[in-house]
Design a protein around this ligand. Structure first.
Ligand code: NAD
Length: 261
């Protein structure tokens, strides 16, 4: 159902972004990838998404989401190589966990830049083309932490709340046009970013990794299981599809009931 559409998914060499890129390509879109990783990881992602697109390798931009000029160049490259940027998924993100008094300033600034400010720069760059072509879908991957907080994640929680705010404001500006802007708010999803938090919790509390997962990391995720990347990809696919034009400015939860509490 995405035949003829083009998409740019940031942070798509791994985790949620890669699953979204695969989902879009499988639905018929041409997708440009972005993100870091080893040459082998990037080649593997390009080959996998390329296979779903029926080409040897998917187009790729190595733009650093902390650098505004690289973000602008990435959007231009997508428009040049794919002919358009109909769908923009702002997904790249990093995490760092520390008490606020000990939070390194450079880490704080980097999380705000990559997880939040990059969304502004990409939207600003992509929106004119979407309006001119008469179709656009912007999906920002926020988090349950865009709606509620946890301790020791000040930068991440602030950045994700900011993403939800940006989403709403952009949505109101463009409401009468052919473009929508929404946020997805996942709970804990089985990806390298989240799995990396299990071991430190097990060590901190002196428990097994299984127990650290259910009792500590998923403390507030009532399903007590990871959200799977394919589940998030399916939600993104719906948001960019033909019947989603009335969903605008929403922050859609996919969190196993976390924010129902
Ligand atoms: P991940 O670590 O698997 O993937 C992150 C991606 O972002 C990778 O492709 C990485 O290379 C890329 N990236 C990191 N820094 C970058 C930079 N400066 N420029 C360009 N790309 C960069 O993580 P994930 O769990 O798939 O996270 C994807 C998004 O989902 C993030 O925004 C994250 O905050 C959000 N999220 C994740 C969870 C979760 O539990 N995993 C929950 C809610 C929200």
């Amino acid at each position: 159902k995405l035949e003829g559409r083009t998409a740019l998914v940031t942070g798509s060499t791994s985790g949620i972004g890669l699953a979204i890129a695969l989902g879009f390509a499988g639905a018929g879109a041409k997708v440009m990838l972005n993100g870091f990783g080893s040459a082998a990881e990037i080649a593997k992602a390009r080959a996998a998404v390329g296979a779903a697109m029926g080409v040897a390798e998917a187009p790729y931009s190595g733009a650093d989401m902390s650098k505004p000029e690289e973000i602008r160049a990435m959007v231009k490259a997508c428009e040049a190589e794919l002919g358009a940027c109909d769908i923009l998924v702002n997904n790249a993100g990093i995490q760092f966990v520390a008490p606020v008094e000990e939070f390194p300033e450079d880490k704080f600034d980097r999380i705000i830049a990559i997880n939040f400010t990059s969304n502004f720069h990409a939207i600003k760059a992509a929106l004119p083309g979407m309006k001119a072509r008469g179709f656009g879908r912007i999906v920002n991957v926020a988090s349950a932490h865009g709606l509620v907080a946890s301790p020791y994640k000040t930068a991440y929680v602030a950045a994700k709340h900011a993403v939800v705010g940006l989403t709403k404001s952009v949505a109101l500006e463009i409401a009468r046009g052919p473009v929508t802007c929404n946020a997805i708010c996942p709970g804990f999803v089985r990806t390298p970013l989240a799995e990396a938090q299990v071991k430190p919790l097990a060590e901190k509390h002196g428990v097994s990794e299984d127990k650290a997962l259910t009792d500590f990391l998923l403390e507030r995720q009532p399903t007590k299981r990871w959200v799977e990347v394919e589940e998030v990809a399916e939600m993104a696919l719906f948001l960019v599809g033909p019947n989603s034009g009335s969903i605008n400015g929403s922050a859609l939860s996919i969190d196993g009931g976390w924010t129902a509490q």
